[in-house]
Design a protein around this ligand. Structure first.
Ligand SMILES: Cc1cc2nc3c(=O)[nH]c(=O)nc-3n(C[C@H](O)[C@H](O)[C@H](O)COP(=O)(O)OP(=O)(O)OC[C@H]3O[C@@H](n4cnc5c(N)ncnc54)[C@H](O)[C@@H]3O)c2cc1C
Length: 664
């Protein structure tokens, strides 16, 4: 056994709680752990899903492999193994997916959208086709010239009464669809968001089913120019595409008409409020943070903490033995708060998912009174979590020194996977501003008119009592800060408006404070939700203590990072800040011996991380060497390029060196 493996083994021997029990808490119960493991095993054991490591493949190979595996999974594996929508197994299957996959937009965005926008007949037509991969459909909203400003989108769908068709056009180069996943190569249909025009009148954005490729040859249809947008940061396996449409005709029935319809005579009928459409969009946003950001940070923590436990560099005691870098307080200060972020955001996110499920049940009965709250919460949560996880993964990557730059560490891949979550499914700044509108509005309401999650904005602010770092007191600081920040931002909007600025200008001039206030609001939500979870969860004392410490660390680390804000608002004194700083350092020291156990509890398989630094056995150096040998550049002992271009000069060198030798 290598020295490094031995070090990890010792770390595991020193863990003071049951890793298996924490895994059960993480999964939501013992039964969930069993189901997840069963699904992960089915995927892990299947030889068809084996591929070379992604860091040894070209982009084309990665796209091909990802598509091959996805088709196999969706056509052969899921049904055979009883993994169908609605089953517990299905909840875990994204977790078990290969490290790269395509068809994410087809399965994860188009299918939910057709169910939200399509009438019963349309769902009956398109859903089985798409579930069986008999059609592949992308969700095409973003254009080259516009993304976050929906009303700026330029693609048009003009109703032709004569032929009972819509004519789809991208009037300018900037109007072509750009970015949608699965669109460049795989999709033969697109759910296109376009401006509906009937009789010269514009009705705004509507969803249309547009066939873009021939059903037999897969060639682009007349009027369609479609392809891959080229290499980008991350998502190498996915064919994000462009789609330029000129006079593409689709039947009238292809307007997805659950919420609005164009009758044969051109009459436009609005069947349901646009707010219902919003309700459906929230769906994607609620589920994104866990799989695309929190799990990614959890993997980065696993890699960085296991590696830091075996990477020995320097001395803590002069004359003593070399120490693992995880023994340095500064390394703990980088990594252990990231672990706290994983736990805080995961359990807070579950609260939002539950709220959303309740909202969907009410929506089915026609009650959408909670829409504003769930929209504001899910938008700011997605923005905050994607930001925290992106920053966290980068911290983990840099904490691995030189090896963190190597693709073989798995960390660059994780970083490029998590970073775009700040942009897609709602650009973060835009999402924060949407939530800010809700907060400013709520701050003017009476308590009786507000949902519980926001009551603190208008209720008297309590003072902290007793131990200033208790979970209850930390929750109070966050609430007070959020309330004061929202009040300050609202005041700024009013001041600007009283100075004579139009409301939109007053809003823009206050936007820095508004986004700041929204961040304060969502952090108080995350902390509060995590603290409530920790209080209520049924588990052993030792596991509870780990969760309490992580919760406290999450709060303290955040407060210490922006103590200026708490001081400025008069929530904390300099004395409090000193105590908070010392309390954080004490917690790092306390959690350090359990750090490897806490990441082990995530229970990631080695193949799900593809990391030489983060494998369970800690054999980092052998793995790095083996992976380097697999590099395509090492296929031949002499590379053609160096042979071809350098050889003449190297031969000159040989003559000089050998000539010098023969003269001796
Ligand atoms: C990997 C990836 C996958 C994607 N997949 C899809 C897909 O499948 N389907 C699809 O339709 N789209 C997809 N997109 C596109 C994505 O949804 C958009 O890029 C996103 O909505 C942001 O829009 P934008 O690019 O127009 O950014 P812009 O809006 O141009 O943002 C540029 C800057 O302007 C700022 N800004 C914009 N508006 C405001 C404002 N009102 N106030 C203050 N600041 C503002 C932003 O904060 C940002 O800093 C994908 C994008 C990526 C990166």
């Amino acid at each position: 056994m290598s020295i490094e493996s031995n070090l990890l083994k010792k770390e595991r021997q020193n863990v003071t709680f049951s890793v298996e029990e924490l895994t059960n808490v993480w999964d939501g119960g013992k039964e969930d752990t069993e189901i997840r493991r069963k699904v992960v095993k089915v995927f892990g054991d299947d030889p068809v899903l084996k591929s070379p490591p992604i860091c040894t493949m070209t982009r084309e190979e990665r796209y091909t492999e990802a598509t091959r595996k996805c088709v196999y999974i969706f056509r052969n594996m899921l049904q055979k193994n009883g993994i169908y929508p609605g089953s517990k197994e299905f909840e875990h299957f994204w977790n078990a997916m290969p490290i790269e996959y395509t068809l994410l937009i087809h399965m994860g965005a188009f299918i939910p959208c057709i169910m939200s926008f399509g009438s019963e007949e349309q769902v009956a037509k398109w859903l089985p086709l798409s579930a069986n991969l008999n059609i592949i459909c992308t969700y095409a909203q973003t254009e080259l010239g516009h993304g976050s400003f929906l009303r700026g989108l330029e693609t048009e769908a003009t109703f032709d009464r004569e032929t009972q068709e819509f004519v789809i056009n991208c009037p300018k180069v900037s109007s072509m669809k750009w970015w949608p996943g699965d669109m460049g190569l795989n999709a033969n249909h697109a759910l296109v968001m376009a401006n509906l025009i009937v009789g010269g009148k514009k009705y705004g954005m509507h969803p249309f089913m547009v066939q873009i490729r021939d059903l037999s040859t897969h060639m682009p249809l007349p009027g369609v120019t479609v392809g891959d947008i080229g290499s980008k940061m991350g998502f190498e396996a996915i064919d994000n595409g462009f789609l330029y449409m000129k006079n593409v005709r689709i039947p009238r029935e292809n307007l997805l008409n659950k919420n609005s319809e164009v009758k044969p005579d051109g009459t436009y009928v609005k069947k349901a409020s646009d707010r219902l459409m919003y309700g459906s969009m929230v769906n994607l946003r609620v589920n994104l943070p866990k799989s695309q950001a929190i799990d990614v940070l959890a993997k980065a923590c696993t890699i960085a903490i296991r590696y830091s436990a075996v990477r020995r560099q320097g001395l803590l005691n002069p004359g003593g033995a070399e120490v693992a870098v995880l023994d340095y307080t500064l390394q703990q200060h980088k990594l252990i708060p990231q672990l706290a972020t994983v736990y805080a955001t995961k359990f807070a996110g579950e609260g939002i998912i539950k709220k959303h499920q309740a909202f969907l049940q009410n929506m089915a009965k026609g009650n959408i009174s909670d829409l504003a709250e769930i929209h504001a919460l899910s938008a700011s949560f997605k923005a905050s979590v994607s930001e925290q996880c992106t920053e966290g993964v980068e911290v983990c990557r840099r904490a691995c020194g030189g090896h963190g730059y190597s693709q073989a560490s798995g960390l660059p891949h994780l970083l490029s996977k998590v970073t775009p979550t700040c942009t897609y499914e709602g650009e973060n700044t835009v999402l924060y501003l949407q939530t800010a509108r809700y907060l400013v509005k709520c701050a003017k309401e009476k308590a009786a008119d507000l949902p519980e999650s926001i009551l603190f904005l208008v209720q008297p602010i309590q003072n902290a009592r007793g131990n200033i770092t208790s979970l209850d007191n930390l929750a109070l600081y966050f609430k007070n800060r959020a309330a004061l920040c929202v009040q300050a931002a609202s005041k700024k909007v009013n001041q600007m408006s009283n100075k004579g600025l139009a409301m939109h200008e007053a809003w823009d001039k206050s936007s820095v404070q508004l986004v700041h206030a929204t961040k304060a609001y969502v952090i108080q939500y995350i902390f509060d939700a995590f603290a409530s979870f920790v209080k209520e969860v049924k588990c052993s004392k030792s596991v509870k203590e780990i969760l309490e410490d992580l919760c406290c660390l999450y709060g303290l680390h955040y407060i210490n990072n922006c103590s200026g804000d708490f001081l400025k608002l008069g929530i904390l004194t300099a004395h409090h800040c000193n105590i908070a700083e010392e309390a954080e350092i004490a917690l790092l020291e306390k959690l350090r011996p359990n750090a490897v156990g806490i990441v082990d509890a995530f229970d990631f398989t080695d193949s799900s991380m593809e990391s030489c630094l983060g494998a369970y056995d800690g054999n980092v150096y052998e793995r790095l060497f083996d992976m380097a040998k697999l590099s395509p550049l090492n296929k031949e002992p002499v590379h053609q390029a160096s042979y071809k271009y350098l050889r003449p000069y190297l031969l000159e060198g040989r003559d000089i060196l050998e000539g010098a030798k023969s003269k001796l």
